[in-house]
Design a protein around this ligand. Structure first.
Ligand SMILES: Cc1cc2nc3c(=O)[nH]c(=O)nc-3n(C[C@H](O)[C@H](O)[C@H](O)COP(=O)(O)OP(=O)(O)OC[C@H]3O[C@@H](n4cnc5c(N)ncnc54)[C@H](O)[C@@H]3O)c2cc1C
Length: 468
């Protein structure tokens, strides 16, 4: 499909050093963190500017070639997999923070900036970009916009969509647009900015991002609460909010999540007591230590109503970093230990115990083990279904039935099938569980308006029965 004419045109646009067709590079850019899928593009380009991206898209539009936008490839729903081959377009060279606007508390950035790099750059000016995916050390801010990434601090500070004010986007036909204005309020026409957020590279390529910032909190208190009963840990979550306190993070980790992370990654051993089934990792933040201690005490009063072991308070920065490392490395630990599938269920917070209980029952029914962890304060539970010694046959036939039931359960609890990882390639066939034909039809019409030739990351989000 990529003829010499096309290849030469791409070289003309981005330069020969930035067009790749060797199998090593294509294999590398054909994988993300979604299970062990690999769909390499036919050719990879690394443009350096919006203008170059616009020219690549004009050419792709003319020749009707699929284009897959590629961020840092940390995605967990297979968004960058080039399932229809075509051009892989890496955003990694658009890696500048253009302006930190201290007057308006905004940052203007290119999409290929690593999230943590952006956070550190604004923190140096006393500002805070709070969206905090566990992958922040490697994922790109453009990937976060495209997946509407969340993370641990979403419970207090919100997700990516809550910070995006305006976007520069290259459309599938190569036109360059701005979606809104650099203002905190905007009631002007349809909200194209929010339509782009979370659109998973299927409507256009985000080439510049204007984000809202807030003042940086000066202090925090972090505690780890061990529960003897995992259902009680899930129950405690909603009770904590009834005190009127909104923690800046409230994470759930099942025992195995911690055990596996201690075993397979480089984190200190917590010497967990026999019988502990789950932990809550709870953080409060603010500017006044005495207020934070009062809040922590109120939270203690709640959790002490349950069967818990001694609460661990992280006193030093090193201890806090170690606990966060423990939480952030869970996914990696599972991946190193076994074949797995990760589901990103989300329900209203109060339904969390019902979700957890239901997941375990469904696992027992279909014969699989799951390790659950995640952003409990948001009702967002990551369910890692682990293969271990399950037979290939059962893995292929029983697990999909179980996943379908888990998703039906989230829907029945007024939740949905992805809180922050997106639909991408791996969840698309499950979308009719949460949207009816009218709802999905509307979304498909939107896709067609933006992308009449179906060249923009085709084969993602929509079930395969939705054809052009
Ligand atoms: C260990 C680990 C922990 C994680 N923790 C979290 C977490 O806590 N919260 C969370 O929300 N996610 C988490 N993730 C998932 C992942 O990091 C996020 O989805 C992240 O936003 C993806 O960013 P990326 O740059 O890697 O995007 P990629 O994986 O490269 O791409 C993701 C999608 O966005 C599209 N895309 C990328 N850049 C652009 C662009 N500029 N314009 C248009 N489309 C684009 C791609 O086509 C693809 O569909 C985690 C992943 C891992 C591996």
């Amino acid at each position: 499909m990529i003829t010499d004419i096309i290849k030469n045109k791409l070289i003309e646009i981005v330069g020969s050093n930035y067009v790749f067709q060797d199998s090593e590079t294509l294999t590398e850019y054909g994988k993300d963190h979604t299970e062990d899928f690999a769909f390499p593009p036919s050719i990879l380009v690394k443009p350096a500017s919006t203008e170059e991206i616009s020219k690549v898209m004009k050419m792709a539009f003319e020749y009707q070639i699929p284009v897959v936008p590629i961020g840092a490839r940390t995605g967990l729903s297979g968004g960058i997999l080039a399932i229809h081959k075509g051009i892989g377009l890496s955003l990694e060279r658009l890696s500048s923070i253009e302006k930190i606007d201290e007057q308006n508390l905004q940052v203007i950035t290119q999409p290929g900036v690593i999230t943590e790099v952006l956070q550190q750059a604004v923190a140096e000016k006393g500002l805070f970009y709070p969206v905090d995916p566990s992958s922040k050390g490697s994922c790109f801010i453009g990937g976060n916009v495209s997946e509407n990434a969340g993370g641990a601090r979403a419970v207090k500070y919100g997700v990516t969509k809550d910070y995006v004010l305006n976007l520069e986007v290259v459309l599938p036909n190569g036109s360059i647009i701005w979606t809104g204005a650099n203002t905190l309020k905007n009631a002007t026409g349809y909200n194209l900015t929010q339509l782009m957020v979370g659109s998973e590279g299927t409507l256009g390529i985000v080439t510049k991002i204007v984000l809202k910032l807030i003042p940086l909190s000066q202090q925090n208190v972090l505690m780890l609460v061990p529960f003897f009963d995992m259902n009680q840990a899930a129950e405690a979550v909603a009770q904590i909010f009834k005190t009127g306190i909104i923690p800046s993070a409230l994470e759930f980790m099942e025992r195995d999540a911690i055990d596996w992370t201690m075993k397979f990654t480089d984190v200190p051993n917590l010497n967990l007591k026999e019988g502990i089934q789950a932990h809550l990792l709870i953080e409060v933040d603010g500017n006044y230590a005495d207020v934070l201690m009062l809040e922590a005490e109120k939270i203690l009063q709640v959790v002490e109503q349950y069967e818990i072991d001694e609460v661990l308070f992280a006193d030093t920065t090193d201890q806090k970093n170690a606990l966060w490392k423990l939480r952030r490395n869970v996914a990696e630990a599972v991946k190193q230990n076994t074949v797995y599938k990760e589901e990103d269920t989300v329900v209203p917070r109060f339904e969390l115990p019902n979700l957890l209980k239901g997941i375990k029952e469904i696992g027992a029914k279909y014969g699989f083990k799951s390790i659950c962890y995640g952003h409990a304060g948001d009702g967002n539970l990551h369910v890692n279904i682990v293969k271990l010694d399950m037979t290939e046959e059962n893995w292929k036939t029983q697990v999909p039935k179980g996943i379908k039931e888990i998703f039906e359960l989230t829907k029945s609890l007024n939740g949905t099938i992805s809180g922050e990882h997106g639909i991408g390639y791996v969840q698309k066939e499950y979308l009719p569980i949460v949207f009816n034909e009218t709802e999905l039809g509307l979304m498909f019409q939107i896709k067609k308006v933006f992308d009449p030739k179906n060249i923009m990351n085709p084969g993602k989000i929509f079930p395969s029965s939705y054809q052009y």
